[in-house]
Design a protein around this ligand. Structure first.
Ligand code: BGC
Length: 387
């Protein structure tokens, strides 16, 4: 090779190497900037949702993640007002039943999206005895007490605070339930925190402390329809519940104390089954507490729901021992929800992670008693994806 050609070749090689290195650098920078952009894409905004009947300001918080998932939470009732989720084509739909305006939540509605407390689900005979003292609660469900009473945690205004870290956006809601409120003993300071991250997880964390022994069982009462709220019934959603047993109930839906195997019965969702496949064999539809299969005390798989037309999947993990599966049996077309949609029977389902119904009167069930000096803490994670 001639000297001139050699120099030319070396020059060309160096240029190629430089070009490749430069490209790599650019890709890395591009990747980094997408990362920054995606973090930036997680946002939280606050707007006015209106005023309570006694003139107090109610705010609506919108949490958005990098994948376009958007959760809206109201400081009144600590309510999940809406949840926008992409389908397998990326098309968004609101998968939670509820109302567009705050006024809807002042009506007599069946707990759409709300935080339920001080005690989620039923307490038999609307009373319980703790340390030898009988406490009488409101009988707001026949002779029984349901979802915290006449003015439960779903009908009070919570103090709200925004949260934004590098991993998640959220809203922290605080409420002080007074000693004697709805008949319950003890001042109970409660904190409910909703957070959303870029792994498409909506986490609800609950904490409470008391100054007198009391009972606590907090949950969220979202009615899901993964095909989109108001779009039809949920009977073709495929449901798996990680539970071999459920608590048998009497006609007032109070547990008898028997935990029965789901095996060979329409209660069995250990393998995914369309909700509607055996619902006509369950008088009144599903409204039962399942005893979750658990190992340890940490988060464990509770349920998975797949909606075949949209491909949306909801997976629930919880530290709670039970889940109330309610198939929207009492929805009857009398309520007009978001975008004017009418909510007919079975247009939504609930999976309320919880301690078992009537636990204050069932010493054999996991305890719901909270003592002064102890901290109540529970968490449920909703993970969303498509398939
Ligand atoms: C209960 C149902 C009740 C519904 C709405 C569910 O948690 O199990 O019986 O009708 O909430 O109040």
């Amino acid at each position: 090779m001639k000297e001139k050609t050699k120099i030319g070749f070396a020059f060309l090689l160096a240029a190629v190497i430089l070009f490749v290195l430069n490209c790599k650098g650019k890709t890395e920078t591009a990747e980094k900037s997408t990362e920054v952009k995606e973090q930036a894409k997680m946002s939280i905004t606050k707007e006015s949702f209106g005023k309570t009947p006694d003139g107090k300001q109610v705010d609506l918080y919108t949490l958005t993640n990098a994948n376009g998932i958007r959760a809206r939470i109201s400081s009144y009732g600590a309510i999940l007002v809406s949840l926008q989720l992409p389908d397998r084509q990326g098309k968004l739909a609101d998968v939670a039943l509820g109302f567009d305006t705050l006024d809807g939540y002042f009506t007599d509605h069946p707990y759409f999206g709300v935080t339920v407390g001080r005690y989620g689900n039923r307490i038999g005979g609307a009373k319980f005895t703790l340390n030898g003292v009988e406490y009488k609660l409101a009988a707001n469900n026949g002779p029984n007490h349901l979802h915290g009473g006449i003015k439960g945690f779903d009908k009070v205004l919570w103090e709200a605070e925004q949260i934004q870290t590098s991993d998640e956006v959220g809203v922290k809601l605080t409420y002080m339930s007074k000693d004697g409120e709805e008949g319950y003993p003890g001042n109970l300071a409660c904190v409910v925190t909703y957070t959303l991250n870029n792994d498409n997880e909506l986490k609800i964390n609950y904490e409470a402390i008391t100054d007198k022994p009391t009972v606590v069982n907090l949950t969220n009462h979202t009615y899901w329809n993964l095909a989109g709220q108001g779009s039809g019934d949920i009977l073709s959603h495929e449901l798996m519940i990680n539970a071999d047993k459920y608590t048998v109930v009497d006609e007032g839906l109070i547990p008898t104390g028997e935990n029965r195997s789901v095996k060979d019965s329409p209660m069995d969702f250990t393998e995914p089954m369309p909700i509607g496949s055996r619902i006509d064999q369950v008088p009144g539809g599903y409204d039962h507490n399942y005893v979750l299969n658990r190992t340890g005390t940490g988060l464990s798989l509770c349920a998975r729901v797949y909606e075949p037309t949209s491909g949306r999947v909801l997976e629930i993990h919880t530290v709670e021992p039970g889940v109330q599966f309610y198939s929207g049996n009492f929805l009857d077309g009398t309520i007009k929800g978001k975008a004017g949609k009418v909510y007919n029977k079975h247009y939504g389902f609930c999976l309320e992670t919880q301690h078992f119904p009537d636990s204050p009167n069932k010493p054999e069930f996991p305890s719901v008693v909270l003592e002064p000096g102890q901290k109540y803490q529970t968490v449920t994670v909703h993970r969303f994806y498509t398939k």
